[in-house]
Design a binder for this molecule. Structure first.
Ligand SMILES: C[S@@+](CC[C@H](N)C(=O)[O-])C[C@H]1O[C@@H](n2cnc3c(N)ncnc32)[C@H](O)[C@@H]1O
Length: 424
């Protein structure tokens, strides 16, 4: 019966179960079944077919609605530079600049975009931000605009005091940013947005396609292609810049930001402004190489581009640096694991994960599960690790072993290649 539910997830939202691990999906189904009050999986399956909200609850459990403000930093630098160089000074017949964030989850990404506009003093009547997600529960949180510590993971938090009011431990987003985003409920894989064809100048579609199999990735890419204006820019996530994207888009080859333009769009438009502008941008920022190590290269880009960064005042440089207290707990957990105290190590990792999305803690937990022969759970932890940090070499190597053991030699090979690149 779990398989029938997995098929439903695949049909409705394109979820490729192997992207999050069968064990994780089955755990989520079991937890949702208990919450639903149904007696068994058969009854729960029927409920999923008839109740959209119950289905979305399951989606929320399966797809980690992980997101935070200024996630990955550099795409927002690139975006700010793009807005500054192409849109800030109105040209004759200037249009409204339209930006789409899909999926927007609980709102951190589109609100970050609104903060970028605010920081640039971009006139509010000259831009529009639309944000789409399939989860009604996430959209409700986005509309409320109230956040906890988990949504703030950058070292430099000046933007937090500028745009939030702290009330009893919660951070309330100020109205001037909240009012800037239009949230919509929708499924990227369905025809929900055909009216918006060619409408968006910039699209952020990050950390969604990793959940799709190749067929649905292609479908999503076509939808994004249709939504993007001829000279628009598409940002995807670290692990999403693959052949499917390359079939319709051309990479701008920026280090630390996976930005693309339409292939025919750029060819039809005067060898594209983009080529010229990106050549200049690359010269200024030394960013022509592709990403090989997020930690070192991202830092380097931040240092090189400080002069020109509109947001250097509050952008963190590292991306995934582990904070000191997290590091202390992690070291302790590692020590316990090395001594064979697996249960204690597991507890510390789980505690850490419940408070921070710490990729190293997920990886260590994977090793602990491996050592205690809980292979399905171990695999799922390694997947979570590389979801958070796509070039996490240790997790890639271990995941390759699991995948190989499950008989998927192609994926295992591709993971090993990624591990080698990450180690370099
Ligand atoms: C990890 S979040 C990504 C949020 C944000 N883009 C980021 O990178 O921080 C993934 C989101 O995708 C949403 N989602 C899953 N399938 C979807 C679909 N087919 N169409 C639209 N949203 C979807 C989920 O509800 C979840 O909020």
């Amino acid at each position: 019966m779990c398989e029938k539910i997995e098929v439903l997830l695949k049909d409705k939202i394109g979820l490729d179960v192997s992207s999050v691990g069968t064990a994780s999906v089955q755990n989520a189904i079991k937890r949702c079944l208990v919450r639903s009050g149904c007696d068994d999986l058969e009854q729960y399956y029927k409920m999923l077919l008839s109740s959209e909200s119950e289905f979305e609850r399951l989606v929320d459990m399966v797809i980690i609605p992980e997101t935070w403000f200024f996630r990955d930093d550099i795409p927002f630098d690139v975006f700010a530079n793009h807005v500054k160089s192409d849109w800030l000074i109105p040209k004759e017949n200037s249009r409204m600049l339209k930006v789409l964030s899909v999926p927007c989850s609980t709102g951190e990404e589109p609100y970050t975009i609104a903060m970028v506009f605010d920081k640039l003093s971009f006139p509010v009547d000259r831009f529009q931000i639309d944000a789409i997600d399939i989860s009604q529960a996430s959209l409700e949180k986005a509309l409320a605009g109230v956040y906890r510590d988990n949504s703030f993971r950058n070292d430099d938090m000046i933007f937090q005091s500028a745009y939030f009011k702290k009330i009893e431990g919660d951070y309330h987003l100020k109205e001037k940013i909240r009012d800037r985003v239009n949230f919509h409920h929708g499924n990227l894989l369905k025809d929900d947005f055909s009216l918006m064809k060619g409408c968006y100048d910039v699209i952020f579609c990050r950390n969604l396609m990793i959940y799709f199999d190749s067929k649905d990735q292609k479908l999503a890419i076509h939808k994004l292609y249709d939504l993007l204006a001829p000279e628009g820019v598409l940002f995807v996530g670290h692990a999403e810049a693959n052949n499917n994207v390359n079939s319709l888009f051309r990479s701008l080859r920026l280090r630390g930001a996976f930005a693309f333009v339409k292939k025919d769009g750029s060819e039809n438009h005067s060898v594209s402004n983009y080529d010229k502008r990106l050549h200049e941008f690359s010269k200024k920022h030394n960013t022509t190489l592709s990403v090989s190590s997020r930690r070192t290269n991202a830092d380097q880009v931040s240092q090189n581009s400080d002069r020109n960064k509109p947001f250097s005042a509050y952008m963190s440089s590292g991306g995934y640096e582990v904070k000191k207290d997290e590091q202390a707990v992690l070291s302790k957990a590692q020590e316990l694991a090395d001594e064979g105290a697996l249960e204690e190590a597991e507890k510390l990792c789980l505690d850490l994960i419940s408070r921070f999305s710490n990729a190293d803690a997920y990886c260590l937990l994977g090793l602990v599960y491996e050592a205690s022969n809980r292979q399905g759970m171990a695999e799922s932890m390694f997947r979570k690790t590389i979801y958070l940090v796509p070039d996490h070499a240790k997790a890639l190597v271990h995941l390759a072993l699991h995948v190989e053991r499950n008989g998927d030699n192609n994926e295992a090979q591709s993971l090993r290649r990624r591990a080698v690149r990450a180690a370099q």
